[in-house]
Ligand binder design. Structure first.
Ligand code: ARG
Length: 460
């Protein structure tokens, strides 16, 4: 393919430079955004009488044809071209002749690539939000089935207080819902059009940047042309949002991995989402969750990579910026792949409610409730806490639990103890009375499932 700058630079063999310089192997995925952007540019140029209506018509028809030919497979992308922008412009000119050469009036590849990438990532943000909402939906359905499934809640990985599986799953739903909102914010900030910034310093043509921005669904054109071609904050924003999605998926993966081990046995992964071992016949490994946890590393790496590319770059466009795309594409692909498999994996896992309950029945998970019992009978909480601590210490020595300790032993520590202590420290009471807003009790959890039902329905 011929070079755009043939007139200026000599024709020495530069195949090494060409392949080093080329981005078409990874930016070809933006062909649709490139064509849509060019169609809008042609409309703007003709509205402003910079090109004729007939030229604009020929350009737009040619571009739509190229789009449909790429999509049908009739037109193969030429990977010897420098990038997708050059390929499409040259293909257009070879199809429609001189009018094609006018398309690039009052723009540059610098604003063109910034435009295409914003449009591409806008779409990716929408896709990820959709996948997140689907995951929330599946978790919410599971939560509704496990409103009464008592399990231990942990701090420091030590049994702390009883919760329910529904309550636990809803915590992850809350994280994924924030991820949706975060991506929405990222999209909003990204939705400013750089086109018309041209190479760096705007143009002498009488363009209408507001019109072109609105044709492409942007809220406004960017305010400063130097910033328009240099700004990749939107990539960092996007990568940061992807990183947090992965943080949440990775924490969740970690839980599912140890929950599915025989030491816990809280869940059983479906065979369809597990793998075996090449040597140990008994193995059933939670590879999907492990890979999601592992892929978090590459998504964080992409964020650090992007930040590092930007650091120290002077204004305006520098070729370093071409490196932006592989970071964001890889993160978008990775997040989408993880979310796509995570939802059915969660749907298909079996919950072993008996094991969860058994784990919640030991470990003095009801000690806070024992202290609260005394407090409700008038003892200051600190004193009640101390007495309960002593009771636990005695139980640890004698091998008792708070449920099995005889009432006369209780009474030795405080006369306030009565027969109703056993009911007060039963698992049902411990969970059932934790009815504060956001808590694990039935009514409190029901409110939470309703919140996320509504969240999913919003803009479904
Ligand atoms: N392929 C380039 C990129 O992705 C397009 C912009 C080229 N601009 C330039 N001045 N060489 O950044």
């Amino acid at each position: 393919m011929s070079k755009l700058w043939e007139g200026r630079l000599g024709g020495n063999d530069s195949s090494l430079t060409d392949s080093f310089n080329s981005s078409i192997s990874f930016d070809s995925r933006m062909y649709k955004q490139d064509i849509t952007g060019s169609v809008a540019h042609a409309h703007m140029l003709s509205k402003q009488k910079i090109i004729t209506e007939a030229e604009a018509l020929s350009i737009t028809e040619g571009l739509w044809e190229i789009l449909s030919d790429i999509e049908s497979g009739k037109l193969k992308i030429d990977y010897s071209a420098e990038d997708i922008h050059t390929f499409i412009e040259q293909e257009l000119t070879s199809r429609i002749g001189d009018a094609g050469k006018k398309l690039h009036t009052a723009r540059s590849r610098n604003d063109q690539v910034a435009l295409d990438l914003r449009m591409y990532l806008r779409g990716e943000a929408d896709e990820i939000i959709k996948l997140l909402k689907n995951l929330i939906k599946i978790l919410n359905e599971k939560a509704k089935l496990h409103i009464d499934t008592v399990m231990p809640g942990y701090t420091h990985m030590q049994r702390a207080q009883p919760v329910t599986l529904a309550h636990y799953l809803l915590a992850y739903e809350a994280m994924f819902a924030r991820d949706c909102l975060r991506l929405g914010d990222v999209k909003k900030r990204m939705n400013v059009s750089p086109i018309g910034s041209c190479a760096l310093a705007g143009t002498t043509y009488d363009t209408d940047r507001f019109f072109e921005a609105s044709l492409l669904g942007f809220d406004a054109p960017c305010v400063n042309s130097l910033d328009g071609v240099s700004d990749r904050d939107f990539c960092v924003d996007f990568l940061e949002a992807c990183s947090l999605v992965m943080t949440h998926l990775s924490r969740f993966s970690e839980e599912l991995i140890y929950w599915s081990g025989s030491e816990f046995g809280f869940i059983t992964m479906s065979d369809g989402f597990s793998t075996g071992s090449s040597i140990m016949p008994q193995k059933k490994n939670p590879d999907v969750a492990e890979l999601a946890r592992g892929k978090t590393g590459r998504v964080y790496g992409n964020l650090m990579g992007m930040l590092t590319v930007l650091k120290g770059l002077p204004l305006a466009y520098n070729k370093d910026l071409q490196e932006d795309k592989e970071f964001v594409f890889d993160s978008a692909d990775t997040v989408k792949a993880c979310l796509t498999i995570f939802a059915p994996m969660c749907e298909a896992m079996t919950v072993n409610a008996d094991k969860m309950r058994k784990a919640a029945s030991s470990g003095f998970i009801n000690a806070t409730d024992c202290a609260d019992y005394l407090t409700k009978k008038g003892l200051p909480f600190r004193d009640a806490y101390k007495i309960t601590g002593k009771l636990v210490a005695e139980c640890v020595i004698t091998g008792e639990t708070l449920e099995t300790l005889p009432l006369d032993r209780y009474k030795e520590y405080s006369v306030l103890f009565d027969g109703d202590i056993y009911e007060a420290i039963s698992l049902e009471t411990c969970v059932g009375r934790r009815n504060s807003y956001g808590g694990p009790a039935y009514d409190a959890v029901k409110i939470q499932t309703e919140v996320f039902d509504k969240f999913i329905k919003n803009n479904e």
